[in-house]
Design a protein around this ligand. Structure first.
Ligand SMILES: *[C@@H]1O[C@H](CO)[C@@H](O)[C@H](O)[C@H]1NC(C)=O
Ligand SMILES: *[C@@H]1O[C@H](CO)[C@@H](O)[C@H](O)[C@H]1NC(C)=O
Length: 250
């Protein structure tokens, strides 16, 4: 191989590795994982939806699908029908006797982490092999306490924690339990228009769907310093290669 073609191959490899991570362009219906997290009743989460939205089923979506690294993103206000399939970890495997579903509105951002359930990016899945994770606000007055099925006698614990799910995009207006209560819809008024965005029934059209706060404000998609990806061994090799060539050229 000539030096020039070696140079070309390395550059091609490096440009692939150093490429800027973009938001995940997920299909309307597909597969994902679900976890759950606790937020206080009436809490105003990242999208800035009204406190009363928490009286109905809500969820956070993993950062790279949410579409912003802070404040609001294009997922804010969207509604999804989430159906439990089976727990990610259960030995022996657990099959629920009824397929349970819940229609949630996205009101929060599940921050990108190195290897957690919300670690999915365009190029990498989470530990369960999924790009998207829905983090359900649970327990919640709006969801039965036995929503996540289990067999405590068999497994020794009640909560499997992480489930594989099927998700479907649905109309909030027709399917979300909170859609009939005006106070549960829209964004909080007193936080300033520039930091909140919670459409009642986003359809994906630019006139009724949130933009990305971080894109609008020049904030990178990945802001956490805990994410190792931006400086992996591959990045260091690419940078070193580039430095050596700059020195040789002088
Ligand atoms: C949610 O999905 C389940 C399973 O596919 C289905 O039975 C149920 O009717 C759906 N609910 C809504 C509101 O779309
Ligand atoms: C938003 O845009 C869509 C498609 O461009 C259009 O059909 C709809 O009427 C618009 N809605 C409003 C409220 O302007």
């Amino acid at each position: 191989m000539s030096l020039l073609s070696l140079h070309f191959v390395v550059l091609l490899w490096c440009s692939n590795i150093l490429q800027i991570t973009a938001w995940i362009n997920y299909p309307a219906d597909g597969f994902a994982t679900i976890t759950h997290y606790e937020i206080p009743r009436d809490y105003i989460a990242s999208c800035g939806c009204t406190p009363s939205s928490t009286h109905y089923p809500t969820a956070a979506l993993s950062q790279m699908a949410y579409g912003s690294s802070r404040a609001y993103g294009p997922a804010c206000g969207k509604c999804f029908n989430l159906t439990l399939l089976h727990p990610v970890v259960a030995t022996p495997p657990f099959t629920p006797s009824v397929a349970k579903s819940v229609v949630v509105k996205i009101t929060d951002l599940c921050p990108l982490s190195d290897n957690g359930w919300c670690s999915g990016t365009e190029h990498k899945t989470n530990p369960a092999g999924q790009y998207l994770n829905f983090d359900l606000a649970f327990p919640s007055a709006a969801i039965p306490d036995d929503f996540f099925p289990s067999d405590e006698a068999m497994y020794g614990y009640k909560d499997f924690g992480v489930w594989n799910i099927k998700y479907q995009t649905v109309s909030c207006k027709d399917q979300w339990a909170g859609s009939k209560e005006a106070a549960a819809l829209g964004s909080v008024a007193d936080l300033g228009r520039e930091s909140v965005c919670c459409p009642a029934n986003p359809t994906g059209n630019a006139n009724d769907t949130c933009p990305s706060y971080s894109d609008q404000n020049g904030i990178p998609p990945i802001t956490s310093t805990n994410i190792a990806t931006p400086l992996s061994i591959s990045h260091i090799i690419c940078l070193a290669y580039w430095l050596v060539h700059v020195m040789l050229l002088q």
